[in-house]
Design a protein around this ligand. Structure first.
Ligand code: XUL
Length: 523
């Protein structure tokens, strides 16, 4: 049977998930991760990024390329029968962008397999550091874009979101205005996803509607670049952007570089998508009704949608779904970074963090924490700082519970615009391994939380998308429920049920938490 590879180039790491799929057995056969800070310390990133002034957050694109090179070597060394790999796709952190010179295309099409990839990229980048989703330095650019397009609601109707600082349009504008000569040297602006796909193809890959809707530049309904948004962003932008193609587009085949360097076959390269759209597929969220929660560097709450209706308060997004239709999403910057701050502050390891959570009561005896350790996306808070209510900073156990409860209450509060009633939740991301955290989510949302067996839903979703597109290219349209079947079923110990007494406690805490946030926003 054929193998399919899915990558997840996330904020802090690169993961590869290899699946075996076809008519018979369907299973994950390999799962490997490279953590950027540990494996590639020369780039001097912390948690995969470089933060310069508290607001400007970037990452070196050469690091992502080098990680891909290392990972392809690991796949070769894992003892897989590489010849069985039929197609490869991927997912990447959303919104981040990579700026290439005219020299990049000939460099990528003519790589020397004797040499490491990153060593050959000199002269390929017109912007040395890529802005990433944690950046919040583009308030001025967001206002210019919003005004030019006719206000928040008009831009949200057009592109699926009001202007956001991390979205690609604002980041492109900042570069085009702030460094016009380098912008003039830019021949192509890729998303992280289409950049990574281009490295595999050795040629320019397209973007697809799932990730392109994180740019404030695409008309969400027609899946075309929106002229008004392009004009408001930067001069002569259209020719610098990749074409938008359906998510199942075959972008090319694995280039000779990878074939000769590691012995891979000329596998099909399927368009990469964003990590959240890909997680939608990897969690098996194909039809409306269920909610996905990803507990990663960012925490995100999302669900598939048939219509592109946006958040009336502008706190969330509508993206294209790579399985067709749309997805609603709300994103929180204070995900694992906030959990990590609390863990480190009280000198705990993760088992001790979990024990503290089990040892404390739901509702935390009235103690609350609004966990804005870094600038927050939802709601938009540029001046970070956690806020404690009836909670002493010295009590480790209460602070552990407070950070997890604050995050869960925020998720509940800011997802009601697309999920007023929640039937069940599917969880992924590193912190989804922690049963106690999932119990808090189940109790706050009053819904069972289900874990699927594979660890990384974004990478699994990419492998499943590779399978779907490969079959489609061969003339066989496999329906999405069949694509995901056998991979996204709940893990045997997977379901965590809400506890009625805790649900009642949180029903009382939620309005208090909402009031605290409202007071902070108005204050
Ligand atoms: C989503 C977002 C984050 C990144 C993280 O809008 O900004 O979830 O995709 O990788």
């Amino acid at each position: 049977m054929a193998f399919y590879v899915g990558f997840d180039s996330s904020t802090q790491s690169l993961t590869a998930t290899v699946i075996e799929a076809g008519d018979g057995e369907r299973r994950v056969i390999l799962d490997a991760t490279i953590v950027f800070d540990d494996a590639l310390p020369g780039y001097r990133t912390r948690h995969g990024v470089v933060t310069s002034d508290g607001r400007t957050v970037t990452a070196p694109p050469g690091m992502w390329a080098e990680a891909l090179d290392l990972m392809m070597g690991q796949l070769r060394d894992a003892g897989l029968d590489l010849r069985r790999i039929r197609a490869i796709s991927g997912a990447a952190q959303q919104h981040g962008s990579v700026y290439l010179t005219a020299a990049a295309a000939p460099i990528l099409s003519d790589l020397n397999p004797q040499l490491a990839l990153a060593r050959q990229l000199d002269g390929a980048f017109s912007r040395a550091m890529s802005p990433v989703w944690l950046d919040c330095s583009t308030g001025v650019e967001c206002r210019a874009l919003t005004d030019a397009v006719g206000g928040d609601a008009a831009l949200a109707r057009l592109s699926g979101s009001r202007a956001y600082e991390r979205f690609t349009a604002a980041q492109i504008r900042k570069f085009a205005v702030g460094d016009a000569p380098a912008y003039a040297q830019t021949a192509r602006i890729h998303l992280v996803s289409s950049f990574m796909a281009s490295l595999l193809c050795g040629a320019d890959a397209p973007v697809e509607p799932g990730d392109a809707s994180g740019m404030n530049l695409m008309n969400l309904e027609t899946h075309e670049w929106a002229p008004a948004a392009l004009a408001a962003t930067a001069p002569d932008l259209l020719r610098r952007l990749p074409p938008i193609r359906p998510s199942w587009t075959i972008a090319g085949v694995l280039s000779p570089y990878w074939q000769h360097r590691y012995g891979f076959p000329p596998a099909r390269i399927v368009s990469w998508s964003g990590d959240n759209p890909s997680s939608l597929v990897g969690l098996g969220l194909i039809a409306e009704g269920q909610l996905g929660i990803s507990l990663g560097t960012s925490d995100t709450v999302f669900a598939p949608r048939t219509a592109p209706s946006t958040d009336p308060h502008g706190a969330g997004h509508v993206f294209g779904s790579p399985a067709g239709g749309y997805m609603a999403l709300t994103c929180f910057a204070n995900g694992s970074l906030a959990r990590e701050r609390i863990r480190a502050r009280y000198g705990l390891d993760w088992p001790a963090f979990s024990s503290h959570l089990s040892a404390t009561p739901p509702g935390n005896g009235g103690g609350l924490l609004v966990p804005w350790f870094v600038p927050e996306i939802t709601p938009g808070i540029s001046r970070p700082g956690p806020h404690r209510y009836a909670l002493g900073p010295e009590d480790a156990a209460a602070n552990v519970r407070a950070v997890v409860e604050g995050q869960a209450l925020s998720m509940r509060l800011f997802s009601t615009w697309f999920a007023p009633e929640v039937g069940a939740i599917r969880a992924t991301g590193g912190a989804a391994a922690n049963r106690e955290i999932l119990q808090v989510l189940a109790d706050v949302f009053d819904a069972p939380v289900v874990r699927i067996a594979p660890r990384n839903a974004a990478a699994l979703g990419a492998a499943l998308r590779a399978f779907h597109a490969d079959r489609l290219a061969a003339g066989e349209s496999v329906p999405w429920p069949e694509v995901v079947a056998g991979f996204t079923d709940p893990a045997p110990d997977g379901e965590i049920r809400p506890r009625p007494a805790a649900v009642a406690v949180y029903a009382g805490v939620l309005p208090r938490y909402a009031q605290a946030i409202a007071a902070l926003l108005n204050g």
